[in-house]
Ligand binder design. Structure first.
Ligand code: ATP
Length: 323
């Protein structure tokens, strides 16, 4: 390959800029031409494709969001949309693509790459960490640290007023942010989509703590838990324990923004570099991840389907440590 394109797609995540920077600079180092495609697959269809230079990615490694912008793109679900995208890539002579995004973006890339013979390399960019084939996704570490910082602050006020706070963190299908931030902030309980919650147990343990006057309580809930988020959990708790001063806090989009953590910058830099190497080696249609500190190549269709399994032992640890 001599010309490659890079885009960010789906939900943005902190560290995407560091990955773009790594792709551009590694490409240029290897005498490739690198094109930035804006707004994910929209930019391919609308021909928003610009050559990138070393200076184009100056001073972005520490910035959240993505300088290339991200978008969800309806037209890319249709063959006609993908064909238009292909024609624009051909026009610029682009022969390989680096897609930084989540599983939906890889599903699109897989289709596109098999239909049009453009090798695609996926880099996992999602705060949810719900990708198989990697121990890290770009943005997870930052998001979870943002959640921890926010929950620590809530704990201060919960303690001052003897309140129960039910805190909702992001994760429609994935409980990793809830699990990690909940453990790190000493939450009483963590509700995640991957595990059934025994509500009777939860109420009983809250009652027990009320009796023992252990009143600082934090419950961390992933937005996609079986009850449908913190508000719904609070409804049940208020109904069963009307004496408890129960408050809800939904952390929301602060978890997506902000300067990427050191880990996310390292992961993004390493993966961005590896993506260009992979294209030069003739690899195609794989997601690059890191497992046990080694690069790991997963076919895009498998990165899509498989989800990581949460180790149930963590939930046991939560219970023991909160007792
Ligand atoms: P996040 O994990 O943050 O949701 P994502 O990459 O999973 O990120 P999606 O909105 O699912 O985000 O996908 C991003 C884009 O990828 C879609 O807007 C669409 O353009 C393309 N895409 C997703 N699934 C497909 C598919 N089955 N066929 C073609 N294109 C797809």
């Amino acid at each position: 390959v001599t010309k490659i394109g890079v885009l960010t797609s789906g939900g943005d995540s902190p560290g995407m800029n560091a990955a773009i920077r790594a792709v551009v600079r590694t490409g240029l180092y290897n005498n490739l031409e690198v094109f930035g495609i804006t707004r994910g697959y929209m930019g391919m269809i609308d021909d928003d494709i610009v050559p990138m230079h070393s200076r184009s990615v100056a001073n972005i490694i520490q910035r959240g969001g993505t300088i290339l912008k991200s978008a969800r793109c309806k037209e890319f679900y249709e063959f006609e949309g993908r064909k238009k995208a292909y024609e624009n890539l051909r026009k610029h002579g682009i022969e390989g693509l680096v897609v930084i995004g989540g599983d939906g973006s890889f599903r699109g890339a897989q289709k596109f790459a098999t239909e049009f013979d453009i090798p695609c390399i996926g880099l996992p960019g999602t705060i949810d960490k719900d990708m198989a084939g990697t121990d890290f996704t770009i943005g997870f570490d930052t998001a979870v640290n943002t959640a921890v910082e926010a929950i620590d602050k809530i704990r201060d006020t919960a303690d001052a007023h003897d309140r129960l706070f039910i805190i909702e963190v992001m994760g429609r299908d994935s409980g990793y942010i809830a699990l990690h931030s909940g453990i790190a902030t000493g939450a009483e309980n963590i509700l995640i989509p991957e595990a059934k919650t025994n509500i009777e147990d939860l109420i009983a343990s809250l009652e027990d703590k009320q009796r023992r006057k252990k009143l600082v309580n934090l419950i961390v809930v992933a937005e996609g838990d079986e009850f449908g988020g913190a508000e719904e959990v609070a409804k049940v708790v208020r109904q069963r324990l009307p004496d408890m001063d129960t408050r809800v806090c939904i952390l929301g989009h602060i978890q997506r923004g902000g300067s990427p953590s050191c880990i996310d910058r390292l992961v993004a830099s390493r993966l961005g570099y590896a993506a260009v190497e992979a294209l030069m080696e003739g690899r195609h249609n794989v997601m690059i991840g890191i497992i046990n500190n080694k690069l790991h190549y997963t076919p895009l269709d498998l990165a899509v389907k498989a989800k990581q399994k949460i180790d149930k032992e963590w939930l046991k640890i939560v219970k023991i440590l909160a007792s």
